[in-house]
Design a protein around this ligand. Structure first.
Ligand code: LLP
Length: 430
């Protein structure tokens, strides 16, 4: 199986950043998320460079929803990343990670009054999803005696080749303002005293391995930019969103590089803004591309079973990685302590959750497994821990960060008392 450079097999064992996964599993216990910060930094640099060498004013905003760990976000902040934040909580994380408020965009299709208040207080630009939200933000900014800088999220009505649950720019999707209604929305924004429209935003979906849809979105966006510029909107940025996919099937998926993306999209962007006579910043919001392959989830085999097929029952389930159950997502699995043993058997790797759908990998060729073996689930740095839960009364596992071969906790494992920490007994039970 093809592996990214930070994953290697040495003496039959999977290593990450040159560090033995089995030693990590022994030291920190399983399940365990292990992340290479060097890989995250490298992916960020690729993205920044691919765009930055083609257009002078580029801003890469990390989609914080993909992985909200503070230590990891700090790595990105130190590289100069901003963030796409989708809640007050993500905004708080980005600020705590040391990101510059100037480099944040507060996105969301259903913001609370408290979200809008927070954005106004901290002076964070907002991507608006409706005219209702526009007027609420205008009132919030007026009450605070300030002017809020905004973009509208454009729904470009594009079909994209990805799982339907993560296509976000379909004409039928819940996100954004239909592109035909965009000029009217900006006209209305221009009439609001405490709103200054300064950008446009879109995001067409996630895990997209074909570059063409990004080109189509860029075309829609520069066409809108022209209309808005003629209307008198002074565009400071055009945000093309995130969505570039990664090859979860290591040997067969296409693996578009940041270079491929930039080579296709930037010329359209440049020609478009030149035609408008403006030089706005080009913003992008990658999540998965920056962090997904940085991380392995290490999980121990509790037992094996031969029934209608062979099962390996492991100690992590969809409580820790819900993508396979939720989107039928594919993740490569490797027997980390038998990494160069012949793949003589076929296993379905299942978690401990009381649901039939709690399956990480179906009918995969693996070496003969036994209780105590360690399975590494690859490419789990995006939407892995971030979507975890305590379902079935399972405390979440720790997360370890690697810088070179130095390892440190970036989140402790939860304990049984964390399960009840936020619970209360109502008065009648006391
Ligand atoms: N910007 C906006 C406004 C978004 O909604 C998203 C993702 C991104 C950027 C980042 O997209 P990325 O570069 O990571 O593809 N839980 C799903 C993915 C949901 C993505 C939602 N929005 C999964 O596990 O595949």
């Amino acid at each position: 199986m093809k592996l990214p450079p930070h994953l290697t097999i040495q003496n039959g064992r999977l290593h990450i950043n040159g560090k033995d996964c089995i030693a990590l599993a022994e030291k920190y216990g399983t399940p365990l998320y292990v992340t290479s910060e060097d890989r995250v930094a490298e992916q960020f640099e690729k993205y920044q460079k691919a765009l930055g060498t083609r257009y002078p004013k580029v801003r890469v905003l990390f989609a914080a929803k993909a992985n909200g760990n503070l230590a990891l976000m700090r790595v990105l902040a130190q590289k100069g990343a901003g963030a796409d934040v989708f809640s007050g909580g993500e905004l708080q994380l980005a600020l705590e990670a040391g990101m510059d408020p100037e480099k944040l965009l507060f996105n969301g299709s259903s913001k609370t009054p408290a979200d809008l208040q927070l954005a106004v207080e901290k002076g964070i630009r907002v991507s608006l999803d409706s005219l209702d939200e526009l007027h609420q933000l205008d009132a919030t900014a007026r009450a605070a005696g300030t002017v809020s800088e905004v973009a509208f999220r454009v729904n470009p009505a594009l079909t994209v080749p990805t799982h339907p649950k993560i296509a976000t720019g379909l004409a039928t999707s819940k996100f954004g303002i239909p592109h035909g209604q965009i000029p009217a929305a900006y006209r209305e924004a221009l009439a609001c005293k405490n709103i200054r429209p300064v950008g446009i935003h879109c995001h067409i979906g996630s895990q997209i391995l074909d570059i063409e849809p990004f080109a189509r979105a860029a075309e829609v966006m520069v066409r809108i930019a022209k209309e808005l510029t003629e209307m008198g909107v002074n565009l400071k940025f055009i945000d093309l969103g995130g969505g570039l996919g990664i090859p979860y099937h290591h040997d067969t998926d296409p693996a578009p590089a940041a270079e491929d993306y930039a080579a296709k999209v930037v010329p359209i962007f440049k020609a478009g803004v030149e035609a408008c006579g403006i030089t706005p910043e080009l913003w992008v919001e990658p999540g998965r591309f920056l962090v997904a392959d940085s991380t392995v989830l290490l999980t121990r085999v509790n037992s094996t079973k031969s029934a209608h097929k062979r099962f390996a029952n492991v100690d992590a389930g969809f409580n820790l990685l819900i993508r396979p159950a939720m989107y039928n997502s594919y993740h490569e699995v490797i027997a980390a302590n038998k990494a160069d043993a012949p793949l003589t058997k076929e296993y379905t790797v299942t978690g401990p959750i009381c649901e039939t759908g709690d399956i990480f990998a179906e009918n995969r060729p693996l070496p003969e497994l036994a209780a105590g073996d360690i399975i590494a689930v690859l490419d789990t740095g995006a939407y892995g821990y971030a979507m975890s839960s305590q379902y079935n009364g399972r405390p979440r596992c720790p997360e370890v960060l690697l810088k070179g071969t130095e390892a440190g906790l970036m989140r402790r494992g939860e304990t049984l008392s964390d399960l009840t920490a936020a619970m209360e007994h109502p008065a009648w039970q006391k």
